[in-house]
Ligand binder design. Structure first.
Ligand code: PLZ
Length: 443
C-alpha cells in the first residue's frame, strides 16, 4: 500500500472518529497507559500517518525511532507476509529457524569492534537491557551495575531502576531493583563551561570508585546519545575514557543503542561517532525490524557465551515474523544509501534549526547526529528549562498535522527522529509548521 506523501488535514484534530474511539478507549484501557496525541491512526506509509478521519500527518518521530526505514516499507511487508504464512512459531530454544541466525550474521558484521561477536534476540528494548545485565553479571561474577544521569533503559522493574527520572517511570512502582548506581553524565550544555569529555569521565569514574568500587562493577550501561533524556551528546572523549577505565578494571561496557542505533545517526551505531570507543555489548531494538517487536544483544563472543544453556531465552524472543522483518531491514541497510540519507536529513534539520535558534532566544541548543536531532528550550537569556514552550509547540504541531515528540529530563526538549524515507519536501513542510509555532509563541 502507498499513501500520497503529503500533509493533509480534513477535520479538526482530533476528528470525530478519533473522539469516538478515545471515548471507547477510556472505558477499557488502563489509565496508566498515556497518550501524547489522542488521534487514532489507521494506516501509514513512508513518513505519513493517516488517521481514522482521513487526516494525514507527517511523522517526525517514527514511533520513537522504530520505523527508521519508513512505514510499511515494501520489503518488510513482503517478508512478514511471506513468513507469517509459512512458520509463525516454534520457539527458537525448542527448534530453531534460519532468519534468527541470519539477523545475527548481519548485525554482528556492523556493531563496532573487530573481535568475534555473538547475538541473542528478545522482544523489547527493556528485555534486551535486562538480558545484557544478566550476561554481564554471569561473565564477570560481579553484581553491581552503573548507569548515568538522564538515562532511560525501560519500564520493567530492573530497567525502571536504571532510569534517571523517577517520575513517571518509577513513582509508586517500587521497591526498585538494587545494585544499580547512578553516575554523573557528560551534558555539555549544562556542565561547567569548557568541561571536556575526559574531565566529565573523571568525575563519573571518581564517583563510581568511591560509591561502588571498580572491582564490584559487572557493567557500565550508557546510551552513546541519550534518547528520552533529550538527545544529550556527551562531550568528545567521554565514552572513550570511560571505556578505557572499564577495560582496565574488567567491567563490561554496554552501549544501549535501542534508540540511537540502526542508521539513526548516519552510522550503523552512534557509538561509532566516538573514536576509540569499542563497547563490549550493544543492545538493539526499535529500528531493527521496521515496526515488528524485535530486540537483541550483540557483543563479545566470550561474554555472550559465559551464560549457561537455558539461561537466556523467552517464548516470543526473535519470533519468526520479527526476525524476517529484521532481515528485510538489515539487508536494505547493507545495500547502502541509508546512512547517507540520515546525514542529509541531519544537515537539513541542523541548518534550519540553527537559523531558528538565531531568531528565537528560547532555543538554547541544537544538538544531535544525523537524523537524531533535538532542540533544548530555555527561558530567554537564562539556562532555566522551558517546558511550557515545548508543550505549546508540540500542541501546535499536532494541531497542524505534524507528529512531533518531546523529551528531556526537564521536558524542555523537542526531538526529531523522522523515518529516513522522508522526502526533503515533507521535512521542510514539517519545519515550516514548527517555525510558525515559534513565531506564534514569540508574539
Ligand atoms: N533503552 C535507550 O530509548 C525505549 C520509551 C517509550 P522498550 N525508549 C522509548 C516509553 O515511554 O515507554 C528505550 C530506549 C533506550 C531502552 C528502551 C526500552 O525499550 O522497547 O520500550 O522496552
Amino acid at each position: 500500500m502507498t499513501i500520497e506523501q503529503k500533509r493533509n488535514l480534513v477535520t479538526a484534530i482530533p476528528g470525530p472518529n478519533s473522539i469516538a474511539l478515545q471515548k471507547r478507549r477510556m472505558e477499557v484501557i488502563s489509565a496508566g497507559v498515556g497518550t501524547a496525541l489522542p488521534v487514532f491512526m489507521d494506516e501509514a506509509h513512508g513518513a505519513i500517518l493517516r488517521d481514522v478521519d482521513g487526516n494525514q500527518f507527517i511523522d517526525m518521530g517514527s514511533g520513537i525511532g522504530v520505523v527508521t526505514i519508513g512505514h510499511t516499507n515494501q520489503r518488510v511487508v513482503e517478508a512478514v507476509q511471506h513468513q507469517v504464512a509459512k512458520l509463525t512459531h516454534t520457539l527458537f530454544t525448542v527448534a530453531p529457524y534460519e532468519p534468527y541466525v541470519k539477523v545475527a550474521e548481519i548485525i554482528t558484521r556492523h556493531t563496532p569492534g573487530t573481535f568475534k561477536k555473538k547475538a541473542a534476540f528478545f522482544n523489547s528494548g527493556a528485555e534486551a537491557v535486562e538480558n545484557a545485565v544478566k550476561v554481564a553479571r554471569k561473565a564477570t561474577g560481579r553484581t553491581e551495575i552503573a548507569v548515568f544521569d538522564h538515562a532511560y533503559h525501560g519500564r520493567t522493574n530492573l530497567t525502571m531502576s536504571m532510569n534517571f527520572k523517577m517520575h513517571p517511570y518509577g513513582t509508586g512502582f517500587g521497591p526498585l531493583a538494587g545494585s544499580v548506581h547512578h553516575a554523573p553524565m557528560s551534558y555539555p550544555f549544562r556542565d561547567p563551561e569548557g568541561m571536556t569529555g575526559e574531565e566529565a569521565a573523571a568525575r563519573a569514574i571518581t564517583y563510581l570508585e568511591k560509591r561502588v568500587g571498580a572491582s564490584q562493577l559487572a557493567a557500565v550501561f550508557i546510551e552513546p546519545i541519550q534518547g528520552e533524556g533529550g538527545f544529550i551528546v556527551p562531550a568528545k572523549g567521554f565514552l572513550r575514557t570511560l571505556d578505557q577505565w572499564c577495560k582496565a578494571n574488567g567491567i563490561v561496557m554496554v552501549a544501549d543503542e535501542v534508540q540511537s542505533g540502526i542508521a539513526r545517526t548516519g552510522k550503523w551505531f552512534a557509538s561509532e561517532w566516538e573514536e576509540g570507543y569499542e563497547p563490549d555489548l550493544i543492545t538493539v531494538a526499535k529500528g531493527i525490524a521496521g515496526g515488528l517487536p524485535l530486540s537483541g544483544i550483540v557483543g563479545r563472543a566470550e561474554i555472550m557465551d559465559a551464560s549457561h544453556a537455558g539461561g537466556l531465552g523467552g517464548t516470543f524472543g526473535g519470533s519468526p515474523t520479527a526476525v524476517a522483518a529484521g532481515v528485510a531491514v538489515l539487508e536494505q541497510l547493507e545495500e547502502g544509501g541509508w546512512l547517507e540519507r540520515s546525514l542529509e536529513i541531519g544537515e537539513i534539520l541542523t541548518t534550519r534549526l540553527i537559523a531558528l535558534q538565531a531568531q528565537y532566544p528560547i532555543i538554547g541548543e541544537v544538538r544531535g547526529k544525523g537524523a537524531m536531532q533535538a532542540i533544548e528550550f530555555v527561558e530567554a537569556g537564562t539556562m532555566k528549562p522551558n517546558s511550557q514552550a515545548v508543550e505549546e509547540l508540540v500542541r501546535h504541531c499536532h494541531q497542524n498535522g505534524v507528529v512531533i515528540l518531546n523529551a528531556g529530563t526537564y521536558n524542555n526538549v523537542i526531538r526529531f527522529l523522522p523515518p529516513l524515507a522522508i522526502s526533503d519536501e515533507l521535512l521542510h513542510d514539517a519545519l515550516d509548521v514548527l517555525a510558525a509555532g515559534l513565531e506564534k509563541l514569540a508574539q
